[in-house]
Design a protein around this ligand. Structure first.
Ligand code: G6Q
Length: 558
């Protein structure tokens, strides 16, 4: 048994959970008209109503004791002090410095001047593309922005560019190519004109197979369409920490926007990796997003644990996962612009905390990150909410909604909000058999026919959810929302004792594919594999012999 599960705070919570399990949220609401007010927090333009959780008076203090016992306050300080909290990669996780407006030191150095310098370079580039002074090889202003990147170099800018679509420049259409499946790039290239397309190659390491393959193919397409290698200089920029590799790729140093090893991939949207987003919405709005995140950072740094929104959100997650055994978390944005937010959080949460060993290498004996998934409401309601309401597994959910819409259209927004609110109410209240009977009687049913239907129409309720409400989805509130989840993830990682900032599981995939790629390139003896893997390789090689699977060229990736 680990120290954590044997600790005072943990065992107290275990005992407490037994008591709470015997309560129903419906009764708790009836007993306390102040419940919602007591369990609501506001910070950085975001309101979190967490009253529809398994909470009685003692719960939050006990959860806060766990946070205190695991020294969450000190962890927060360590992050803002730029300490090497990413211990397995021996570096800081200092994304907060990317949105700071005062000196921030790591390794004895204030990094903010560098951040400001790159941001100034981004601004002049962004302005020149947006006002049309930056021209393509044939003298035309840019119309398409194609971000080539994957994982952390894709999901953040993609999600935010969609989320902030109302702020987009009318001439510029953003595209995102991530998958090494040639279909992804090909479908984008079909839609853009080489004369007016800007490619942004986003890669922290600049060695990621998918990104380099896509970038090389895009370059080939551009050069062949415009008939000159010279075109690359005007149509390609890079975002990277690896300036040597960007030079090798042939991107002029003036077209490289730098960031640093203390910026984790999934925490990089605030850095030069946000260039595609900045081009779409403009630098002023991009800086508004940074300001929103900064407001959440200030709150996170200074609010007491029990009133600290990221801390409370983290503790509620731990309460559900570790003391009630829930295994996934649904992210349900009631805003079409946030359609990619669940996918973004999948990476943020699962890549950060999907780990089974602690910082010191000891295996955990408790659950860590749940599976994160979700879709925008109301669509999800007509698909998987059935399971949320009546499934055999309890799935906590975060509902996210803006009070105001960018697209007032008849009754639409009122309908949307009504659905959001009603769903959280239904999950919490449920429907008792007495209520179902009364309803069926009203419909004219009686006797056996009525009784046969009752069990199907009963909803147990008592299913937890958080309601996260923004005044409107703006760059500022989006920044605060992302920072809220970033910090939540860090707090959970701190309590679980894991390093939220490495990703060895991702590295494995990068290595494995290279071995199989060599085998598929044949004709040498294939390397050792199990029978299934061997069989799959053979199947592809046979097909390749009949008709080549790839353009037969030994490029830098074959
Ligand atoms: C993020 C991960 C991972 C990474 C991609 C792309 O935190 O490290 O998703 O972002 O593998 O890596 P590059 O930016 O180096 O191409």
């Amino acid at each position: 048994m680990s120290k954590l599960t044997q600790s005072v705070a943990w065992t107290k919570l275990q005992t407490h959970a037994t008591r709470v399990r015997a309560t129903h949220m419906r009764d708790l609401f009836e007993a306390d008209p102040q419940r919602a007010a007591r369990y609501t927090l506001t910070a950085a333009g975001i309101t979190l109503d967490y009253s529809k959780n398994w909470l009685v008076d003692e719960t939050l203090p006990l959860l806060v004791s766990l946070a205190e016992q695991e020294q969450v306050g000190a962890s927060i300080e360590r992050m803002f002090l730029g300490e090497r909290i990413n211990n397995t990669e021996d570096r800081a996780a200092f994304h907060v410095a990317l949105r700071a407006n005062a000196p921030m030191h790591t390794a004895g150095r204030d990094v903010v001047p560098d951040v400001v310098r790159v941001r100034a370079a981004m601004r002049s580039f962004v302005d020149s593309v947006r006002d049309g002074t930056a021209k393509g090889h044939t003298g035309k202003p840019m119309r398409a922005i194609v971000n080539i990147g994957i994982g952390g170099s894709d999901l953040g800018p993609l999600m935010a560019t969609e989320a902030l679509a109302p702020y987009r420049h009318p001439r510029l259409t953003p595209y995102f190519v991530s998958n090494v499946d040639g279909t992804h790039l090909s479908e984008v290239l079909k839609r853009v004109d080489p004369e007016t397309t800007l490619f942004i190659v986003a890669s922290k390491t600049f060695t990621t197979q998918e990104t380099i393959a896509n970038a090389l193919s895009a370059r080939e397409w551009l050069v062949s369409a415009l008939g000159s290698e010279q075109a690359v200089g005007r149509h390609f920029v890079a975002l990277s920490t690896n300036l040597q590799a960007t030079a090798q790729f042939g991107i002029d140093a003036r077209n490289v926007f730098e960031f640093w090893d203390w910026v984790g991939g999934r925490y990089s949207v605030w850095s030069a990796v946000g260039l595609s987003l900045a081009l779409a919405i403009g630098m002023d709005e991009f800086e508004q997003m940074l300001a929103g995140a900064r407001a959440m950072d200030e709150h996170f740094k200074s609010a007491p644990l029990e009133a600290n929104m990221p801390v409370v959100l983290a503790l509620l997650g731990i309460w559900c996962t570790n003391f009630f055994g829930t295994r996934s978390l649904a992210i349900l944005p009631y805003d079409q612009y946030l359609a990619r937010f669940p996918a973004y959080l999948q990476q943020l949460e699962m890549e950060s905390n999907g780990k089974r060993v602690r910082r010191d290498g000891e295996p955990v004996d408790y659950a860590t990150c749940p599976v994160i998934w979700g879709e925008p409401g109301t669509n999800g309601q007509h698909a998987f909410y059935q399971l949320l309401h009546q499934g055999s597994e309890i799935i906590p959910a975060d509902f996210i909604a803006p009070v105001r819409t960018h697209n007032p259209l008849g009754q639409h927004h009122r309908l949307l909000l009504a659905n959001f609110i009603a769903q959280t109410e239904a999950l919490m209240r449920g429907k008792t058999s007495a209520e179902v009977r009364a309803e069926l009687v009203k419909q004219g049913l009686t006797g056996a026919a009525l009784e046969a239907l009752v069990p199907h129409k009963v909803f147990l309720g008592n299913r937890p959810s958080n309601s996260i409400v923004l005044e409107q989805l703006t760059p500022h509130t989006l920044g605060a929302l992302i920072a809220l989840y970033e910090h939540k993830v860090y707090v959970q990682g701190s309590i679980w004792g894991i390093n939220s900032f490495d990703q060895w599981g991702v590295e494995l995939g990068k290595q494995l594919a290279q071995r199989v790629l060599d085998d598929l390139a044949g004709p040498d003896e294939p390397s050792e594999h199990d029978a299934s893997t061997q069989g799959l390789i053979k199947r592809m090689l046979l097909a390749d012999r009949a008709a080549p699977l790839a353009v037969a060229k030994k490029g830098p990736l074959s």
